[in-house]
Design a protein around this ligand. Structure first.
Ligand code: ADP
Ligand code: MG
Length: 237
């Protein structure tokens, strides 16, 4: 079986800065893969390249057997790439349910169907009781969950999570971890960025470490945390 996602020799330059440098990674169907690395390593940039927010300077993105490198973000979402943003992008002046309906409209053109799907997703993510609250009135942990809900409403095959567990209390983070596991049980593949290793390592099947825009290490979490290059990158040596 081919990988669900592959990046092949992907580069991203911002003027003189190289944010992604020859990045080739793959994510298998049904996996939870952690993309980790210090701040500025190029993790969010790689997400933007995968989701189609940015065209790569060079290289290609293969999703579900198709070269999607030249497809815009909306078309990739249609094909099954769902994502959250590190900086929460919910529509603050809209209710929780309406935020999720926006996601559901990607798949359901009939409003009644989109609303039904949105309610189902709110139930799944534990936000049902907050459906009619304005997004701006949610506490930070709920806002993160709303981001996940909105992405899930697009019915992704691949869910890209960018630091959805960062900055949460330990209890909130554990609730988030449980939600990610539950998402995978529904058959969705997960690629998640986190820079807090303690949270992400017990959760993921495989970890990919980015540093200075390059893949520094890749493998089983228990091996990756012992890799001398990874330790060095994290200690900022
Ligand atoms: P991470 O998510 O791993 O913290 P980012 O992908 O956000 O890292 O950033 C990688 C590098 O690229 C950083 O040096 C950042 O300042 C730079 N960068 C990210 N996006 C842009 C952009 N749109 N324009 C210019 N530089 C950018
Ligand atoms: Mg980032």
């Amino acid at each position: 079986m081919t990988a669900l996602l592959e990046t092949r020799g992907v580069w991203q330059r911002f003027g003189g800065l190289i944010a992604n440098s020859d990045v080739s990674i793959s994510v298998g169907r049904g996996e939870i893969v952690g993309l980790i690395g210090p701040n500025g390593a190029g993790k969010s940039t790689l997400f933007n390249l995968i989701a189609g927010v940015l065209p790569p300077t060079q290289g290609s993105i293969i999703f579900d057997g198709e070269d999607v490198t030249n497809l815009p973000a909306a078309a990739r979402c249609q094909r099954g790439i769902g994502r959250t943003f590190q900086v929460v992008k919910s529509f603050e002046t809209m209710t929780v349910i309406d935020n999720v309906i926006v996601g559901a409209l990607v798949r359901n053109t009939v409003m009644r169907e989109a609303r039904r799907k949105a309610h189902e997703v709110l139930e799944f993510t534990g936000l049902a009781a907050r459906a009619d609250v304005l997004a701006s009135d949610l506490v930070p942990a709920e806002k993160r969950r709303l981001e996940v809900a909105r992405a899930l409403a697009t019915e992704p095959k691949l869910l890209l999570l960018d630091e959805v567990l960062t900055g949460l209390t330990p209890t909130e983070a554990q609730t988030g971890v449980a939600l990610v596991r539950k998402v995978r049980e529904t058959g969705v593949t997960v690629l998640m960025v986190e820079h807090v290793m303690e949270i992400v390592m017990p959760l993921v099947d495989r970890a990919i470490v980015l540093d200075l825009g390059k893949v520094l290490a890749e493998g089983k979490p228990s091996d990756v945390v012992r890799d001398p290059n990874v330790i060095k990158a994290y200690l900022g040596d």
